[in-house]
Design a protein around this ligand. Structure first.
Ligand code: IMP
Length: 436
């Protein structure tokens, strides 16, 4: 059974922990979109380390990790990660496979990202400045350079020359030498070659050999280029459609979708966040949840759980069950609010609107639920949660439309409740998820 794990909010839902927890059940972990804008903090031998591109499955012996064609790869970032892993005693070896069709992030993409943000001024997206958007622009504009193009050919030379020339037209004060970019690419291609191949074929073969695939999304549904709060989104399909196009697998290869949602909401970067709390409560959530970007260190904007957004993500992705994360961050609050709709003028919206002119002025409609004074931190059995926390989760299930199959009560693997009475019980039979 292949399961997709993806974000049901604006990213940073804690997918990394959930993927890490489930990885031992799978032969392969496959990333399908995004790039090194994503960040997943892991601890190896007590040392903090952030993985951006390579699935954290690499930390599990015997698990193969795949970077699909839908991902944009910055070779420098990739090598930095591989080297850092090696320094920690983790050899990537032959367990990594990068799609030969994946597009590359080149040095001028990073510059163009920064420039584009500066030009937008007040309307800036708040990108991670990693060159993600410009790399996808080149892909869609059919002038991108793919992993398989990194061979010493006239075609590559022509493409690089034209692209660098175009960049030099835009950024006139510092000229870039196309030959230097070309030479660097050839060297990078040489180093990358051992890890590149046909991802679609490899996944098909893995499935035929009886291996399970854990399909890993980055960012979240509300940051999806098509289904998110456009234009304040990332440039890829973080939602489920991206899994098929970004890996070259058919829809029937995805047997279940596990959405990940925080017990509240966060967003990093600009754009609408209807339940945002700008005052003391927002600060309280940010501090107790340590809500600072793993890639950029930027403070995340925080707010109450937005059931309109999560319900929307459930529909768009066909989410079967949710993993609810960071419940413990709400410990000690007198009340916890859930947004169930938006008021716009005299209208009540229960579906997430496409038009930002509607999202902007909307006022969240809240239900207020009693908080809990005894801690949920580290609780591993649902029955041991305070009654109020259980009631809160039950209400989240009702308003989100799916069961909460996993509840995370802390950052450690052990600080997790697996609700085997839910659908996840079918995916991960009783007692089979090793929490310690
Ligand atoms: P980009 O992906 O760098 O182009 O950034 C576009 C938007 O997506 C910005 O609002 C970023 O803050 C946001 N974003 C990109 N990657 C992540 C992530 O991994 N977590 C949360 N937000 C992200």
């Amino acid at each position: 059974m292949n399961i997709a794990v993806l974000g049901a909010q604006w990213g940073d839902e804690g997918k990394g922990k959930i993927v890490d927890l489930l990885t031992p059940h799978f032969g392969v972990v496959a990333r399908y979109q995004g790039g090194h804008n994503a960040g997943h903090t892991v601890y190896v031998n007590g040392k903090k380390f952030v993985l951006h591109l390579i699935p954290s499955g690499i930390l599990h012996a015997g698990v193969r990790c795949v970077i699909g064609n839908g991902v944009v790869v910055d070779p420098q970032a990739l090598f930095a990660e591989i080297d850092e892993l090696a320094a920690l005693g983790i050899e990537v070896g032959d367990r990594l496979l990068i799609s030969e069709k994946a597009h590359l992030i080149l040095p001028y993409h990073r510059e163009l990202d920064v420039l584009s943000e500066a030009r937008r001024g007040e309307r800036k997206i708040g990108t991670t400045s990693r060159g993600i958007g410009p790399a996808y622009e080149d892909k869609i504009g059919r002038r991108g350079i793919r992993v398989c193009d990194l061979v010493d050919t006239q075609a590559l030379a022509d493409e690089v020359r034209e692209n660098v020339h175009a960049r030099n037209q835009i950024i006139r004060d510092t000229k870039m030498d196309w030959r230097a970019v070309y030479e660097q690419l050839l060297a990078q291609g040489e180093r990358m070659r051992r890890w590149t191949g046909d991802v679609s074929l490899a996944l098909d073969q893995a499935m035929r050999a009886g291996h399970r695939i854990l399909i890993e999304g980055a960012q979240g549904t509300m940051l999806d280029i098509d289904h998110g709060t456009y234009p304040y989104v990332t440039s890829s399909n973080a939602s489920i459609g991206g899994a098929c196009t970004g890996l070259g697998i058919p829809p029937r290869a995805v047997h279940g979708v596990l959405g990940v949602a925080k017990a509240y909401t966060t967003r990093v970067g600009e754009g609408p966040l209807p339940t945002e709390l700008t005052g003391e409560m927002g600060e309280r959530l940010r501090e107790s949840g340590q809500e600072y970007g793993a890639s950029t260190g930027r403070p995340r904007r925080c707010g109450w759980y937005d059931a309109v957004a999560v319900r929307y993500a459930v529909r768009v992705n066909g989410i079967d069950a949710l993993a609810l994360t960071k419940l413990d961050v709400l410990d000690g609050l007198e009340r916890v609010d859930i947004c169930t709709g938006y008021a716009v003028g005299d209208r009540t919206l229960t579906e997430f609107p496409a038009d930002l002119n509607t999202v902007g002025p909307c006022t969240p409609i809240y239900e207020s639920w009693p908080g809990w004074s005894s801690p949920t931190k580290g609780v591993t059995r649902f029955e041991q949660l305070p009654t109020e926390a259980r009631r809160y989760i039950a209400r989240l299930e009702e308003v989100s439309g799916v069961p909460m199959a996993v509840v995370s009560t802390g950052s450690d693997r052990g600080e997790t409740i697996i609700r085997e009475d839910t659908l996840a019980g079918r995916w991960f039979p009783q007692g089979s998820v090793r929490l310690a």
